[in-house]
Design a protein around this ligand. Sequence first.
Ligand code: ZN
Length: 146
Amino acid sequence: MAVRQLRIDDDPILRKTSRVIEEIDDKIQTLIADMIETMNEADGVGLAAPQIGILKRMVIIDVGNGPVTFINPTILTSEGEVSDEEACLSLPDRSGFVIRPQSLVVEAMDSDGNIFQLECSDLLARAVCHELDHLDGILFIDHVVK
Ligand code: ZN
């Protein structure tokens, strides 16, 4: 495993759209391990592959219960609105309030290739929205309300 370099600030890769992962091979398993290590090293709640320069639709989220891997994730349904402060490992000097759903259901593939659905609320729902945005080149500063 290795800590990868974070892409930050105006790095153009942060604005690109990531590609669907077709096959979970050894390279993807290495990527998962490296993303977890990189996220932990940076003390983050989540990390999306483009943040380490890899344009693949994969994010890791850990809100305190251990890392969860989401491959090719999509949000199926969402409910409610909550405004709270966000920050991003790729924008080290920025923070701001963003409105996100209070709860949502996300569907993704795990590292074994199994499809799963997860009901998320509060911080986890916020992290899912934030990290999935990265896969479409969207940063939280695009949504800041104050
Ligand atoms: Zn981010």
